[in-house]
Every structure is written in structure tokens, then in C-alpha cells.
Write a protein that binds this ligand. Sequence first.
Ligand code: SF4
Length: 238
Amino acid sequence: MFEFVRTMDNSADCNLCGNCVKTCPNNSIRISPRKPTAELWGIKKPKTEHAFLAAVIMGIVFVQNITMLEIWQQILDVISKVTQTTNYNVNFTVAFIISMVLPIGLLWVTAKLTARKETAEKVKENFVRFGYAIIPLDLAGHLAHNLFHALTEGKAIWFNTFNLFGYKITGDLSLTSAGTVQIMQYIVVVLGLVGSAYSVYRIGGRASWKKLLPYYALMIVLGAANIYLFSLPMMHRV
Ligand code: SF4
């Protein structure tokens, strides 16, 4: 709605319903495959809200993972000392906000470091343009996290299906070992890191690595944080 296909330069608001392709009387609209991440560095008008969301999603990935680690309870204990309450919702909200603010702050600092003229406009411009480069790592983090659920709880699908028809089947839910899942998670995160680093390179107009070093460093920090979290033993929430 309110989108004009001829003027669209990204697919953020497209759900691939295919209606434009099917209804064009001149058969002039087509869906073209592009290089992975190409959309991130080809956007003519990057939007602040997209850059914020990209950074926030990284925080969400961290929270998703941390709540499944043994240290989660210790983190809640520390927060409860500050908030003076043991209310889970309050303490979770505090942890959630910290986790959101962290990547936003890191991106902002990086944007400031690379703004030669440190005007607020230039910092904001860098923040918005390079925020898009976090998206491959966001996607990788989510995929890697959900690989854990899919591969270590996968058999629940047919156990529950059989239970529906009155056949009670129980047992180990995992489709593969935790070690295999971890290796797959590392591979996915490394691919995301490569995608983010390449997006930095293209968004930065193929500038020298020295000029873009702070952004590469940011992507490495975020990628390393993900790999560290996936290296810790995870527990199922239920
Ligand atoms: S595929 Fe559907 S959502 Fe995407 S641009 Fe065409 S009509 Fe719009």
C-alpha cells in the first residue's frame, strides 16, 4: 500500500506477494535475483528507523541467547540489587533495555569516530548509512539461535503429531548433537560477519580498510560476542 513499484529501491516493505508482477498489463515487472547484501549498499535513501532497528535487533539476539545461559540468573540477581525488586518482568525489562542500548551506543560511537567533520548531521548520516551493515549479522545471529531450537527440539514435531492421534511417543527431542549444532552456529555467524564486513566496504564506497577500520572493528566485536554466546552451554527454556 502506498508503494510505487517503479520508485522502490529496497524490499523492506515488500512481502513478495507477487501481485505487481501478476497484474502489470505490460508484463514489465520482474523479480531479479541479486548478490546477497546488495540491497544494503544500494539504498538511495537510508532511513534512521531502519538503522536503529538493525542495532536493536542485535540486542534482541543477545537477550535471546543470554536468557538461555546459566549466567542469566546471576545477571538477574545483580539487576535486582539495583532495582530493589525480585519482580522478573521489571528485571528482565532492565536487561532488555541495556542489551538494546549497547549496540546502538557502539554504532553511534563508531559513526562519531569516522565523521571527519564532527557535526551532528555527519555523525547521524554515518549512523544511518552504516547501520544497514549490521543486518547480515542480525540475520546470522537469529538463524544460529533458532538452529539450536530446530535441531535440538526438532523431534517434538512428530512426537506431538503422533500424540494428537493418541499414540504417546516420548524421548530425546534432538535431531543432532549439541556439538554439531555449535559448529553450524559458528559457520552461520562467520558468514554473517563476512556479509556485514562486505556491506561496510560497499557502503563506504570501497574506501581503504584504514578509513573503514572502526566499522570493521564494530562488526568483529558484534560477531565475536555472538560466537562467545554460542560457545556457552545453552539450556532449553521449557
Ligand atoms: S510483490 Fe507485492 S508487496 Fe512486493 S512490490 Fe509487488 S505488489 Fe508490493
